[in-house]
Design a protein around this ligand. Structure first.
Ligand SMILES: *Cc1c(COP(=O)(O)O)cnc(C)c1O
Length: 408
């Protein structure tokens, strides 16, 4: 690494908390599907910032809208109306079929909002006795990092040393609708679920799972809340991943790509019956719904539709998956995904996912391991067939190298 690179990593190490373990590359610029390090080397970004960069880096339309709005009005708080909030929420509702939206900033905040809404709905609408509301979640879930959100987690590392935890959650296995039916009680407010578990390692539930969960939730007057922060906005080849099974959740959370790869923008969205439990003063966020975020969010949604990024995700995702499956590598245990949301699972006795990512990086392809075994590919949805072909050539080279070594 160059002196400049060494300096940058040293400063992070010295003055930063050590809560991440980045790959040893120092990035300084991005455009479309490409990023450059401080030495000027280019990389194909096949990670897309955990699906936050679905529009690619520095999308010209979104950057133009950002600068225009930044020069006009950025932050005034929700103490006032602005001309940007309404149109953004309207667009989000029109696209998703939800009736109302509440703007926050990060994904975790949108999930917190969902939990608060579900509890309040249980008490005020469903008639659950005070403080008895239960929310059912799945093992392997990832919904963010706040204390209440990690209180729902089944991942020991996310919880270790952070107790005591928020009560009121029930964990069930993912992909098992019978387990959901068993877990529901008269006090169940909601079932919160990712249509595909992202951080768990791109885990796809059995076909028909979400539909079965929807039926059960309707039958028992339980809210179905889909966390679409990572799976939403075209990532899996539909606007929402729940749309693959024509599921209509009572509420959803959106984030990540909603910020157009530029800002943190998130939404909790729901039908009126749920959202209307919030009265003035019940909940809020200083930055949530600020005009700059709304302008960027609205442009991000417009670009998604007008540039047909969802269709591109479906078509090129299927192509990419097919091409990956053609690569023979004995260290690969499984290759799975939907749209441009793909996970390659490695046999830990042969190689770690991090080692694979380090080798891909040397070839100019950026990815990141999820847990120890899964390498994820979630490039910007603007990616072309040519760039996928280029990525596949490089991925193939690395996989074949590994296969060759392991054969020895
Ligand atoms: C990333 C993610 C979150 C948390 O979003 P942050 O912006 O990091 O707080 C929540 N749910 C899912 C499914 C995610 O992938």
């Amino acid at each position: 690494m160059s002196e400049q690179g060494e300096r940058a990593t040293f400063l992070e190490e010295e003055f930063g908390a050590h809560n991440y373990k980045p790959l040893p590359v120092v990035l300084t610029r991005g455009e479309g599907c490409w990023v450059w390090d401080v030495e000027g080397k280019s990389y194909l970004d096949m990670m897309g910032a955990y699906s936050a960069v679905s529009h690619g880096h520095a999308h010209p339309r979104i950057v133009a809208r950002l600068t225009q709005q930044a020069n006009r009005l950025s932050v005034v708080s929700r103490a006032y109306h602005t001309d940007q909030l309404g149109p953004f929420l309207q667009k989000a509702c029109q696209l998703t079929g939800m009736e109302r939206a509440l703007p926050m900033n990060t994904g975790a905040e949108a999930v917190e909002t969902a939990l608060k809404a579900a509890r309040k709905w249980a008490y005020k609408v469903k008639g659950v006795p005070e403080d008895k509301a239960e929310i059912i979640v799945c093992r392997g879930n990832f919904h963010g990092r706040t204390l209440t959100v990690i209180s729902m987690s089944s991942e020991p590392q996310y919880r270790d040393g952070f107790g005591p935890f928020t009560p009121g959650f029930k964990l069930i296995p993912y992909g098992d609708s019978a387990a959901l039916e068993k877990a529901i009680t008269p006090n169940t407010a909601a079932f919160l679920v990712e249509p595909i578990q992202g951080e768990a390692g791109i885990v796809l539930p059995p076909e028909g799972y979400l539909k079965a969960c929807e039926t059960l939730c309707r039958r028992h007057n339980v809210l179905l809340i889909c966390d679409e922060i990572q799976t939403g906005l075209g990532r899996t080849g539909k606007l929402l991943a729940s749309m693959h099974e024509s599921v209509k959740p009572d509420a959803i959370t959106l984030g990540k790509a909603l910020g157009g790869g530029i800002l943190p923008v998130s939404l909790f969205m729901a039908k009126k019956e749920v959202m209307d439990v919030f009265k003035p003063g019940d909940h809020g966020s200083t930055f949530g719904g600020n005009p700059l975020a709304c302008a960027v969010g609205l442009e991000a949604l417009s670009v998604l539709i007008e540039e047909k990024l969802i269709e591109n995700s479906a078509v090129l995702g299927a192509y990419f998956l097919e091409e990956l499956k053609k690569i023979a590598c004995p260290a690969v245990k499984s290759i799975r995904g939907k749209g441009l949301f793909i996970g390659v699972e490695f046999d830990l006795t042969m190689i770690t996912a991090r080692e694979v990512c380090l080798r891909l990086m040397k070839e100019g392809v950026l990815s990141k391991e999820t847990h120890e075994t899964v390498v994820r590919f979630a490039p910007a949805l603007i990616i072309t067939r040519e760039l996928i072909d280029l990525a596949v050539i490089k991925i193939k080279k690395v996989f074949e190298e590994i296969a060759h070594e392991k054969r020895k």
